[in-house]
Design a protein. Structure first.
Length: 236
């Protein structure tokens, strides 16, 4: 455990830009990941000044920043994986995002990936799922991007898993959502995503924003990220 944490911290530079935690994933993953019963969740904080500009819809600057952070996270987990292997610790790094073509083919039926970064992060006790299906961290709100790693070596969560929403009566993200994809119900581990959020409505609106605002075949929005009061005053 100490060696694993030492390797992670070596690559979080600067460390204040990141949040990380460990998760017990026993019984939560597909059989294809048999043996990888433990998870590492890493979140990279977004530039809050850029996020503030998307309250009325995505900008090219935000899209560029979003892509840059995804690349950074992929390189980060690759580097951590290499160092873990040197210490004979077997791991799998899960990409921080999927491509538009993947969502149109491999994941098109359910709009779900093989490993949910949000699930790993909630099991690590880093935060919960908000009313518009965003991951809400305790420290930075939704102003971050997640990546996950699976390992076979047992690690012990530093925080208790979070099983239910802490959004309370706040409905700012629900009210600002241009797709009207959320109904305001609170998430918990026994609630299905479709009971409180319609990913298909969100997907359609994100496609329109990509085409109209950016002139690209991409899906992006972010308005609910900007609206969330948690993490709004985060310094970069």
């Amino acid at each position: 455990m100490e060696k694993i944490e030492e390797i992670i911290l070596k690559h979080l530079n600067p460390v204040e830009n990141y949040i990380y935690g460990f998760a017990d994933l026993n019984g939560l993953l597909d059989k294809k990941f048999e043996g990888f019963n433990w998870g590492i969740s890493i979140a990279r904080k977004l530039d809050t000044s850029i996020v503030d500009t998307i309250i009325n819809g995505p900008t090219k600057e935000y899209y560029s920043h979003y892509r840059q952070i995804n690349v950074e996270l992929e390189l980060l987990t690759n580097a951590i994986k290499c160092d873990l292997e040197k210490s004979n610790i077997e791991s799998l790094d899960i990409e921080p995002t999927v491509t538009t073509s993947d969502l149109d083919s491999k994941y098109s039926l359910m709009l779900r990936t093989d490993v949910s970064h949000k699930m790993v992060a909630t099991r690590a006790g880093l935060g919960w799922i908000g009313k518009t299906d965003l991951f809400i961290s305790k420290k930075a709100g939704p102003r971050l991007r997640l990546v996950s790693m699976l390992i076979k070596t047992p690690v012990f969560p530093r925080s208790k898993p979070i099983d239910k929403s802490r959004c309370g009566t706040c409905n700012l993200c629900v009210e600002i959502c241009p797709a009207k994809a959320a109904n305001g119900l609170l998430w918990d581990i026994n609630v299905k995503r479709e009971d409180f959020f319609d990913p298909w409505k969100c997907r359609k609106q994100c496609s329109e924003f990509g085409r109209i605002k950016l002139g690209l075949d991409v899906r992006i929005c972010g308005m609910c990220i900007a609206a969330c009061p948690i993490g709004r005053d985060l310094l970069n």
